[in-house]
Structures are given as C-alpha cells and as structure tokens.
Design a protein around this ligand. Structure first.
Ligand SMILES: [Zn+2]
Length: 313
C-alpha cells in the first residue's frame, strides 16, 4: 500500500511507521535519509542537492521528487511505501501526485495521527532524559514520572531537560506543523484519501486502529476486483432489455442488508400494493449479475468502516 503519514512532532507517528514497515514489509521513505544517501553516493541528484545545501539553499522539490522516484524503483518498494516528512505543502503534494500518476502508483491513503495540542505539549515539554549516557532512561513528568523528582530511577543520575523542549519552542514548532499540515489535510480529504487515527492510548491500540483503517482502505478495491473477475468468469445470461437498470439498483440495497436481518422484500411490498407485478422483476434481478454483486460487496466493507472512522474523529 502507498501511504503518506501525517502527524505532529510527538504524535507517535514514527513508532506507528516502524510497526507498519514490519507488518507490511514496505519501506519508509524519508526525504532526509534520501538526501544524505544521495549526497554520500555522489549521484547526479546528490550533487545537485549538495550544491544547494552548500549554498545554504533549500533543495528544490524537483531534486527531492527525483530522489523519491529513484527510491520507488527499487524492488522493496514494489508492494508500497510509507512517505514521512514529504509532502509538506500543496505544491509538493501536487507534484508528488503527478509523479505517482506517471508511475501508475497513486497514493492510496493519507493517514493522520491526530493528538490534541495540549497532549502534544505535555509529551514534548515533559520529557526528561537520564544524563548518564550509559543509562539514557527516558521519563515524562506528566505520564511516566520518576519516583524522585529529577532523579533517574535506575541509576540515580540527574535527569536532563533538553533546551529545545521548553514550552515556547515546542509551541512554535507545533504551530509551524499546524500551518503546514492543515492545507494537506484538506487536500487529501478532498481526494477522499484522508483517514484519521487518534494518537492517544497504548501503542498497540493505536496500531490496531491504524491497521483496521488500512485493511478497510485496501479491501474495497480487492473486493471490487474479485467481483468483476467473478462476473466475467460466469457466462452472462441474456439480459432483460430495458428495465435492467431499475431492478439492479433495487437489488443492490437489499443485497447489502441480510446482515441486518431485515427481509428486503417487505418495504417495497408494503409501499406498493401491487403484489402481482413484484415477482416479475425478481428473476431479472438475478439475471443482472454484474451490477448487483459489485455494489453489494462494495457496500459491505464501507458500512463497517463508517462508524469506526467516525469514532476516531
Ligand atoms: Zn539513569
């Protein structure tokens, strides 16, 4: 699957990304790593990037996209990838979409790991690290405080507070993130690709929600494809000439319902007191094999997903 990960500093998206890499066996593509590797390798793009960085300039989107494209051509990215840290703005998102379209590998999902700003503040400003380098234990004064304030539980050394973890610095970092990400969230929402997972709770709980989202996002495609294949495999019986479309639509709704136990026939029967005419379209419904099963299968997973997705928002 091809995913863009969105999430604030402190959202835990890095942890989720690692778990995704393991579960789905796809690489995470980080532009920072790509730049370092390209510069070290001295490739064409690497030399361009180095020239820009040496001149104190930002590496252009073209160069970064070129590196991403090169990376995508490697065999381990065949099954998909996780993009983290790119795109950061709409022009980059558009250029990425254009590039992926040329490769016939469009993004399937933009996953936002959402955490309230005040929780992020506590996660980031509350961090304390054991100053004993050989220990390196990490605490959070709000969520996992040491037993004695300022002292490491394990080795008794003083706990250090990084200067860039102070409240003002963190708040402005989060504001920058908000300003960058809000337009991207809208962009992917408009494409119908945005899904949001709450980034609070245990790592495993969050990951369960992440994988649920991914499965739902991927399966409708698989379901639609297998339905199409099944329909193609069956020799299609002669279709009824005109009324084909109307019964097909009618059939789609009841077909999705059996789980809800409601006998599909009841409603129409009650509304229209024409019992003689009803039986006629029924056999036609069965004849219209292509349309009916497709809609039914598509509808099923969507229904399941809808309430879940809402809960997390
Ligand atoms: Zn320690």
């Amino acid at each position: 699957m091809r995913i863009v990960l969105l999430g604030a500093p402190g959202s835990g998206k890095g942890t989720q990304s690692k778990l995704l890499i393991e579960k789905y066996n796809i690489p995470q593509i980080s532009t920072g790593d790509l730049l370092r590797a390209a510069v070290a390798a001295g490739s064409d793009l690497g030399r361009k990037a180095k020239a820009a960085m040496d001149a104190g300039q930002l590496v252009s989107d073209d160069v970064v996209l070129g590196m991403i494209q090169e990376r995508l051509s490697k065999p381990d990215a065949r099954a998909g990838f996780i993009l983290d840290g790119f795109p950061r703005n709409i022009p980059q998102a558009q250029a990425l979409d254009a590039m992926l379209a040329r490769l016939s590998q469009p993004l399937q999902l933009a996953l936002l790991v959402d955490v309230d700003t005040e929780v992020l503040m506590k996660r980031l400003t509350g961090r304390r690290t054991c100053s004993n380098a050989s220990c390196g234990a990490i605490y959070n004064i709000y969520f996992s405080a040491p037993k004695a304030p300022g002292k490491c539980d394990k080795c008794g050394s003083i706990l250090a507070h990084r200067s860039d973890d102070n409240e003002n610095t963190v708040r402005s970092r989060l504001q920058v993130y908000e300003q960058q990400t809000a337009p991207l969230v809208s962009y992917y929402k408009a494409q119908g690709k945005l899904r949001t997972v709450r980034g609070t709770g245990s790592v495993n709980e969050i990951f369960k929600n992440v994988t649920d989202i991914i499965e739902v996002q991927m399966r409708p495609l698989a379901a639609a494809m297998s339905a199409a294949q099944a329909a193609a495999a069956k020799s299609a019986p002669p279709k009824p000439a005109k009324p084909a479309k109307a019964p097909a639509k009618a059939a789609a709704k009841p077909a999705a319902k059996p789980a809800a136990k409601k006998p599909a026939a009841k409603k129409p029967a009650a509304k229209k007191p024409a019992p003689k005419k009803k039986p006629a379209p029924k056999p036609k419904k069965k004849a219209v094999k292509k349309a009916a099963p497709k809609k039914a299968k598509k509808a099923a997973p969507k229904k399941k997903s809808a309430p879940k997705a809402k809960k997390k928002k």
